[in-house]
Design a protein around this ligand. Structure first.
Ligand code: AVJ
Length: 322
């Protein structure tokens, strides 16, 4: 069989220096922090796919089950001749469920920060849906971006699955929903997956799995900084920490320095105290009520909500408030 050569794409300079300046700024703060959007280089995207298969990590399989069970009901939220914009698309597994249930989706705009994953997934989807207009956009969807002109004239819907909204601080989650509504326009629909607050043991296990895949995913951020910014993080001297902060309704992931140490990053020296952490991710958990209030405050009207029998995860259809 003929295997196509792997495309090696040097990072555009502007993106690279954005990464460098974000990393240096985050490591200069107290407490130190890094943005979870940088988890998703090629290795990180693959590790995330492995996380979704873990027995402890319930969100992906629960959301998929909700989408499958209620696909035709969810599809009713879409009008005729719709362009579906997916924020942070990653794998196309979820959107395939909507595409199969909603033939009125004529164009699909996957937006993802991981250009590698995006082009592979888009090409495969285009092959499977030859009549769908697949218009991938390699962009950081947390920043403003322009929708392709090719969808002018189509109704617009957004798809934001996976509880990625949980990565935003509540204020930023609200700002994102406002920005999505402005971008999608009047009469827009948004289908959004939101993880729910639950037993703390279930939450803690989901982010600190027995096989250590989430630890690898977290530590890959340091490996990426080593690879791309010529840093000298010793991965063995940092440990993965994940716990539910119940006052703030969020999982926190950190990388804790096992000892006092100095690390060189992009020409600067960063000092760590023993036990000092880098806060790498927050994953906020909502209730149906708290998410409904967030959506309304950002100009969206909840149309319908679907959950699983255990009440672990939720999918919401929202419409732009007139
Ligand atoms: C992709 C942001 C939804 O918060 O559950 C999984 C990422 N981090 N395990 C989440 C993640 C650690 C995930 N999101």
């Amino acid at each position: 069989m003929n295997v196509p050569a792997r495309v090696v794409r040097p990072q555009p300079l502007a993106e690279q220096s954005q990464f460098a300046s974000d990393v240096l700024a985050g490591l200069s703060m107290r407490p130190k922090r890094l943005s979870p959007k940088y988890f998703y280089d090629e290795a990180g995207s693959q590790l995330f796919e492995q996380i979704t298969e873990l027995p402890e990590y319930y969100p992906t399989r629960t959301e998929l089950a909700i989408l499958l069970e209620h696909a035709s009901d969810i599809a009713r939220a879409f009008g005729p001749s719709t362009a579906l914009v997916e924020f942070g698309s990653g794998s196309t597994r979820k959107v395939r469920i909507l595409l199969a249930a909603a033939p009125s989706i004529e164009a699909y705009v996957p937006v993802d920060i991981s250009a590698e994953m995006l082009s592979q997934e888009a090409a495969q989807l285009q092959h499977d849906y030859p009549r769908l207009r697949v218009l991938p956009l390699a962009a950081d969807f947390t920043q403003p971006f322009r929708l392709p002109d090719a969808i002018n004239g189509l109704a617009r819907a957004g798809f934001f699955p996976g509880s990625t909204i949980g990565n935003f601080e509540p204020h930023d989650a609200s700002a994102f929903l406002v920005h999505a509504r402005r971008m999608l326009g009047r009469k827009a629909v948004l289908i959004i997956g939101v993880d729910l607050a639950k037993d703390v043991n279930v939450l803690n296990a989901a982010y600190d799995d027995a096989a250590g895949v989430t630890a690898k995913f977290n530590l890959n951020l340091l490996a990426r900084i080593n690879r791309e910014l010529g840093a000298d993080f010793n991965l063995d001297s940092f440990s993965h920490e994940a716990f539910y902060n119940s006052e703030r309704h969020r999982i926190e992931m950190h990388l804790a320095s096992r000892r006092r140490q100095k690390v060189r990053v992009a020409g600067r020296v960063i000092e760590f105290r023993a036990g000092e952490t880098i806060h790498t991710e927050s994953s906020y958990k909502y209730t149906l009520e708290s998410f409904g209030a967030l959506a309304r405050g950002a100009g969206w009207t909840p149309l319908k909500t679907w959950t699983d029998a255990r009440g672990y995860f939720s999918v919401h259809a929202l419409t732009a408030t007139a």
